[in-house]
Ligand binder design. Structure first.
Ligand code: GLC
Ligand code: CA
Length: 543
């Protein structure tokens, strides 16, 4: 028997958000023909794998997280042949591919949901979703008080053929994203086949959307006074929509399906679960292989919180034999180069609220140092497209261009997530900064994206891009992702130092300069660092 190559334990995985990566046909929305052409840039950056946010057939009410057909490509992004061509190019470049699976809900355009609406209450078709009769004399009140994650009620009432009001269905997200019933056998079997379909096409893993939501507490009880399921209750309890123990049986089933095909295919959980000891349950040996460490992502940029989350994570994941999966940004989170300048608690905000003011210089300085922490820690790491360019969160977006359902569902009280989803810039002097030859783009890119374009940064040793590229290459050379971490004593509380393999990492969170101990500096968060480490600066040194 050959040993399983657990590549996911120390891989660096780059997230492509297809609609905003590269547009091949000039309609202003990214697609596979655009992506294929740009993959060599990711090889050059030095990542091991790519995770694709959804590209499946979808009405795009939640940017593709509303899937109408899990086994076909939306014409916006291309065809299955284009996907295969992309896979071939990724293979040629030695990049693994992970795709996104959205099992908590389908689109309301999915054939199953259409059939469910057409069928009677209590029918097999309705059993695949979560339909309930309303409360009140005529069923005019929703079955419970839950609010949608995007604002507004989590229930929508159906209309019968004769125009009368019918049952209600649950949607933790948008109205057009009805939740599936994971107690239903059709649902279980269907997703087994979805995994099989994409494994046959060569993918190495699956990122599982809202993995902690699949099973709901029996009886669907109310949550607090206001039904805000995103809020934590007394004593740290979570809403009955999340983290039900039965969910783990689903993960075990999926792993068996994956292992029919290969020992090198993996599952990565998007699970907003806190603390790390709870999250670690998602990656027990017979469940998933990775779970995004959002506790780390949202930890305050200060020595004690950083050290605590690193320790708790390494302990918790280590206890179940898994590696931690570090992350600083994705398509749902305020971009790190802006977010890290925010004080707490805003710095941990899920999405943008009007009126937040970023200090760009501070954010960038910290983001460069934070990358040195993340990429030196034992475990895997994810990089979100544009993070390597130091892109800021875009705040000034024309309301008419905003597409995140959060914006409309909260009447603009929450701006939503469009600001981290703006098309990334490739060439400073081209239309739409090289995103699309025609210059079209679904959100207008801000002028600052010009000087942040990849070609403007390339070859400039002081740039964000060259910083990331250098860190990735040193990380690989020194095997940091597969190393183990030891803390070092420092003379000050506001300076952290740890050693992974032969590399010592030092970060100065304080305001006073810190004398760098003897050794060769092999990476630094800013140019010109030699003997002193300034505020929010970091170095990697070898003795
Ligand atoms: C996840 C996705 C997010 C999406 C939501 C509903 O959190 O990352 O973008 O809106 O699930 O599918
Ligand atoms: Ca396009």
């Amino acid at each position: 028997m050959t040993a399983v190559h657990e590549w996911w334990r120390d891989a660096v995985i780059y997230q492509i958000y297809p609609r905003s990566f590269a547009d091949g046909n000039g309609d202003g929305i990214g697609d596979f023909s655009g992506i294929i052409h740009r993959l060599p840039a990711l090889r050059e950056l030095g990542v091991d794998a790519i995770w694709f946010s959804p590209f499946y057939v979808s009405p795009q009410n939640d940017a593709g997280y509303d899937v109408a057909d899990y086994c076909d490509i939306d014409p916006l992004f291309g065809t299955l042949d284009d996907f295969d061509a992309m896979m071939a190019e990724a293979n040629r470049l030695g990049l693994r591919v992970i795709v996104d699976v959205v099992p908590n809900h389908t689109s309301s355009e999915h054939v199953w949901f259409r059939a469910a609406l057409a069928a009677a209450p209590g029918s097999a078709e309705r059993e695949r979703y979560i339909f309930r009769n309303g409360k009140g004399e005529n069923g005019e009140l929703p079955p419970n008080n839950w609010k949608s994650m995007f604002g507004g009620p989590a229930w929508t009432r159906t209309i019968n053929d004769d125009g009368t009001s019918g049952q209600w269905y649950l949607h933790l997200f948008d109205t057009s994203q009805p939740d599936l019933n994971w107690e239903n056998n059709d649902v279980l079997e269907y997703f087994d086949d979805v995994f099989r379909f994409w494994m046959k096409r060569g993918v190495s893993g699956f990122r599982i959307d809202v993995a902690h939501a699949l099973r709901k507490q029996a009886g669907l009880p109310d949550w607090g006074d206001d039904g805000e399921i995103k809020n934590i209750g007394p004593g740290g309890t979570v809403a009955p929509a999340w983290e039900q123990p039965e969910t783990h049986d689903i993960f075990r089933r999926w792993l068996r399906v994956l292992r029919e095909h290969s020992d090198e295919t993996m599952l990565c959980a998007e699970a907003w679960v806190n603390p790390p000891s709870e999250l670690a349950k998602w990656v027990r040996p017979d469940e998933m292989q990775q779970a995004f460490n959002f506790v780390y992502c949202y930890a305050e940029w200060a020595p004690a919180p950083q050290r605590t989350v690193i320790d708790q994570s390494l302990d918790a994941f280590g206890a179940v034999g898994a590696a931690s999966t570090w992350v600083l940004s994705n398509h749902d989170i305020i971009r790190a180069a802006s977010r890290l300048s925010l004080p707490y608690p805003e710095g941990g905000a899920y999405d943008l609220i009007p009126g937040l003011v970023f200090d760009e210089a501070l954010g960038r300085r910290r983001a460069r140092a934070a990358a040195m922490v993340m990429l030196s820690l034992p475990g895997a790491a994810y990089i979100y497209q544009g993070e390597e360019l130091g892109l800021p969160e875009v705040i000034d977006i024309n309301p008419l261009e905003r597409q995140d359902p959060t914006f409309a569902r909260t009447n603009g009280e929450r701006l939503g997530r469009d600001g981290c989803r703006v098309q990334i810039p490739w060439e400073q002097d081209k239309p739409a900064y090289g995103f699309s030859e025609t210059g079209k783009s679904w959100i207008t890119q801000p002028a600052i994206f010009g000087k942040l374009a990849r070609d403007a940064q390339q070859g400039d040793a002081t740039s964000f891009l060259e910083h990331y590229r250098h860190l990735l290459s040193v990380r690989r050379q020194h095997g940091l992702g597969a190393g183990s971490l030891t803390w070092n004593a420092t003379a000050r509380d506001d300076v952290l130092s740890y050693t992974v393999n032969d590399v010592t990492v030092i970060v100065n969170f304080g305001t006073e300069p810190y004398a760098i101990p003897a050794g060769e500096i092999i990476a630094a968060s800013a140019s010109g660092i030699s003997s002193q480490l300034g505020t929010d600066q970091a170095v990697w040194i070898v003795a």
